[in-house]
Design a protein around this ligand. Structure first.
Ligand SMILES: *Cc1c(COP(=O)(O)O)cnc(C)c1O
Length: 327
């Protein structure tokens, strides 16, 4: 499957010296938050494949959905804008949202915005996006629908490809990463890494830190998306994936998606001052806080060898809580 080259790749990998020392562990970071600025974060790796697919099939509009501060929606709008396509986002809200963060960028780049309630989003977002697509068709456009988080079989190739990038970097750096830790929100990032680990028999331990839902949910999602993705990887299409290798940790969801506990924000502050790496409160803050806890003497990521944490982005969302942040 072809892709467009949009992201700044390969993203940098380096050791978190101070954190490693404190935790008595060997932890590296891969800066997928630095894939770009308008297109920053993990979603752009998935969108590189999806936009190629859309344009090659003659679509001129991208439609997707997410929460009001969705990094994925913003990256989709940016991708569409880069290629001269129209974009529309279906955003889940509870109150009238302030025009800040990712939502501000959606508007700045000229996306069409449609709001829906929490209930509408969970029960019928697919249907609503279909209706939006029909409206565009009436106006002579052809709209390509991208699911939440770009987490489908084609999107997940972005992280299959990222694993190949990591293998190249391992060679260059003369190191092998035994364990990979990544935030998990819609499952596509995890699924891509999982497929690569399975079909290439890499034997890495890949831990998805859930930021919503639970272990059972993401295990199903990752296995299903992963299995579907095999059809796009001709050299491995007959391989099978061992679901028992999926490891999703749901102990750090906290009080719910995009909701923060004081200890999580305190950790983001501590980590920023320790490593000069800014984590976000929705995804990477919870994932790194999870890693921090599991590296404690009674945790379950002890003796995990060389650990690679993938920083998947989210900075724009952090700025939306700056007034309430415990500095
Ligand atoms: C979407 C997102 C994730 C989660 O990736 P999924 O593929 O949806 O599981 C992690 N971090 C950030 C910053 C994201 O925007």
């Amino acid at each position: 499957m072809n892709k467009y080259n949009i992201a700044n790749l390969p993203t940098k990998i380096y050791k978190l010296e101070n954190f490693s020392k404190e935790m008595n562990a060997n932890v590296w970071i891969k800066r997928d938050d630095q894939t770009g600025s308008e297109v920053s974060g993990n979603k752009i790796r998935k969108l590189e494949y999806l936009v190629q697919d859309a344009i090659s099939k003659g679509y001129d509009t991208l439609i997707t959905c997410g929460g009001i501060q969705s990094n994925h929606c913003r990256a989709t709008v940016a991708t569409a804008t880069l290629y001269g396509l129209k974009s529309a986002v279906l955003l889940r809200i509870s109150d009238t949202p302030p025009v800040v963060g990712n939502y501000f960028i959606d508007k700045l780049l000229g996306a069409d915005v449609k709001f829906c309630t929490r209930e509408e989003y969970s029960n019928s977002r697919g249907q609503i996006m279909e209706e939006m697509a029909k409206e565009y068709e009436k106006q002579g456009h052809k709209a390509y629908i991208i699911p939440e988080g770009a987490s489908n079989a084609i999107g997940t190739l972005g992280y299959y490809n990222c694993m190949n990038e990591i293998l190249e970097q391992e060679k260059e750096m003369g190191i092998k990463f035994d364990t990979i830790v990544v935030a998990t929100g819609s499952g596509g990032t995890y699924a891509g890494l999982y497929v690569a680990n399975e079909v290439m028999n890499l034997g890495k331990r890949i831990i998805g830190m859930a930021v919503c839902d639970n272990t059972e949910y993401f295990t199903e999602i990752a296995h299903n998306i992963g299995t579907e993705a095999l059809q796009y990887i001709p050299e491995h299409k007959d391989k099978s994936l061992d679901k028992s290798h999926i490891e999703i940790n749901d102990k750090y969801v906290g009080i719910g998606y995009a909701l923060s506990r004081p200890e999580e924000l305190e950790f983001i502050k501590k980590f920023a001052r320790q490593e000069c790496v800014i984590l976000d409160q929705v995804y990477t803050g919870k994932a790194m806080y999870g890693l921090y806890n599991e590296l404690q003497p009674n945790g379950n990521i002890n003796n995990a060898g060389n650990i690679l944490f993938i920083h998947t982005g989210g900075l724009y969302g952090l700025f939306t809580i700056s007034q309430d942040f415990p500095l």
